[in-house]
Design a protein around this ligand. Structure first.
Ligand code: AFD
Ligand code: MN
Ligand code: MN
Length: 426
């Protein structure tokens, strides 16, 4: 389905007066503080986040999965869902595919479909955490780290094939998340696993076109519960360095042990020019994959403050590839993604408001109180009128969630697809 421009405009009309008054009030205040409001709104509108193809259907836990009606049953329908998100929010201009779940049959048609929604193809993801139908070897005991050469070969070849598929769609990067690890002490030799993984990644890196990037994701545990081969940012960073200049670390917010200082990790990686990709989500306990900003919005703001600092001060680090990596067990996935996109832009806007000059001066004076005030002043600003303005300027919805419901998007999807379709994903 496509959101019709006229329909969206008429839904927008309702709240327009109130928005304009709120925007004018905030813009006056910010202008008086020396903020270039127009540039700020432009930066917000430009901030695009890729949507993962595996997050458009109902997620599940190992206890079960509760289906959501009208789920996209094909790659084309997944692209349509991202198209809806982009039309409403103007913040989701790309889709991130996962192979083999999303292997296209007709490349030209898939590209045309995406282009029709104004979408491009962001990082493409390989999957060696599940056995594929008809595969000669099993990944039960590892893939890129496998001791069995034939298994390792199969996993490397899969990644090379994913690069080829991505290339045909216009992707320019590969994300590798490795489930490899152990569940019991002594199960495998740490050093051998790491050495095999490094060797495998180097082979994959060597198979990438010269304008491609490799993103190496880390995660401390799950599905293995004793050790993960690429467990932390340090291991990922080391492997990225071993591969070469176009290999980077990917930070997934949910892939840290409780209370990790993620903003410091982000800062270090950007200083070293190695923060390549970013997966947004939120969590209370582990890799919970919850709506961005739903649990720890202040931590998200602090992370964004480092990202903004890095983007301004670390030309050695290319702008990271932004993506949501979430799972929706109880909410409508599209509504959940709208909430996540809003939370991301909100944190970004607040981070852009941090008065960096005054902060540097307060830091030099060891004025800890002022340092904290400066951060919290930005954090406490209600930036939502800025986000609305950024969206309206690009033809999006004033209130994406309201518009989603008023336009009856889910009902239309159920009418078109039925109640029993099931999306591939996590
Ligand atoms: C799982 C992993 C990781 C990865 C995603 C897609 O935890 O976050 O990015 O699968 O492979 O959620
Ligand atoms: Mn992830
Ligand atoms: Mn995860």
């Amino acid at each position: 389905m496509h959101i019709q421009k006229d329909a969206l405009q008429s839904v927008n009309t309702a709240g327009l007066d109130r928005h304009e008054a709120e925007f004018a009030f905030l813009a006056d205040r910010l202008t008086a503080d020396g903020v270039d409001v127009e540039a700020l709104v432009g930066d917000l509108a430009d901030f695009q986040v890729a949507i993962p193809s595996w997050a458009l259907g109902a997620g599940g836990t190992r206890f079960g999965r509760f289906s959501f009606h009208g789920e996209p049953g094909s790659l084309e329908q997944k692209i349509d869902d991202v198209g809806v998100l982009h039309a409403l929010t103007r913040a989701a201009g790309a889709v991130s595919l996962h192979i083999p779940w999303d292997t296209p049959t007709d490349y030209a048609a898939v590209k045309e479909r995406a282009a029709g929604h104004g979408l491009s193809f962001d990082a493409i993801n390989s999957n060696t955490f599940q056995d594929q139908a008809g595969a000669a070897r099993s990944y039960k005991h590892g893939s890129l780290s496998a001791t069995d050469e034939a298994v390792r070969r199969q996993a490397i070849d899969h990644n090379l094939e994913v690069i080829e598929i991505g290339g045909r769609l216009g992707s320019k990067s590969l994300t590798v998340w490795l489930a490899d690890g152990t569940t019991f002490p002594g199960q495998r030799n740490f050093q051998r696993s790491l050495t095999q993984t490094e060797d495998s990644l180097r082979q994959i890196y060597a198979g990438m076109p010269a304008d491609w990037k490799l993103y190496i994701e880390y995660k401390p545990y799950e599905p293995n519960f004793y050790s993960t081969v690429i467990q932390d940012w340090g291991t990922s960073f080391m492997l990225a360095n071993a591969c070469g200049e176009r290999a980077y670390t990917l930070v997934d917010l949910g892939h840290h042990l409780p209370n990790s200082n993620i903003e410091q990790i982000v800062s270090t990686l950007m200083l070293k020019g190695k923060l390549g990709g970013f997966h947004f989500n939120d969590s209370k306990y582990g890799d919970d994959d919850l709506t961005v900003g739903s649990i720890k919005p202040y931590a998200l703001f602090l992370i964004f403050t480092e990202l903004v600092f890095g983007m301004r001060n670390n030309p050695q680090n290319p702008d990271p590839a932004w993506m949501i990596d979430a799972s929706h067990n109880v909410k409508d996935p599209l509504e959940d993604l709208v909430q996540s996109l809003e939370a991301i832009r909100e944190a970004y806007a607040k981070a852009l408001l941090v008065d960096q000059e005054s902060l540097a001066a307060a830091q030099a004076d060891h004025d800890v109180v002022t340092c904290q005030e400066l951060l919290q002043d930005a954090y406490r600003t209600d930036v939502r009128p800025l986000l609305q303005c950024a969206r309206l300027n690009r033809g999006g919805a004033l209130h994406p969630l309201r518009a989603y419901r008023q336009l009856g998007v889910r009902e239309t999807l159920i009418r078109e697809r039925g109640k029993n379709t099931v999306a591939t994903g996590l």
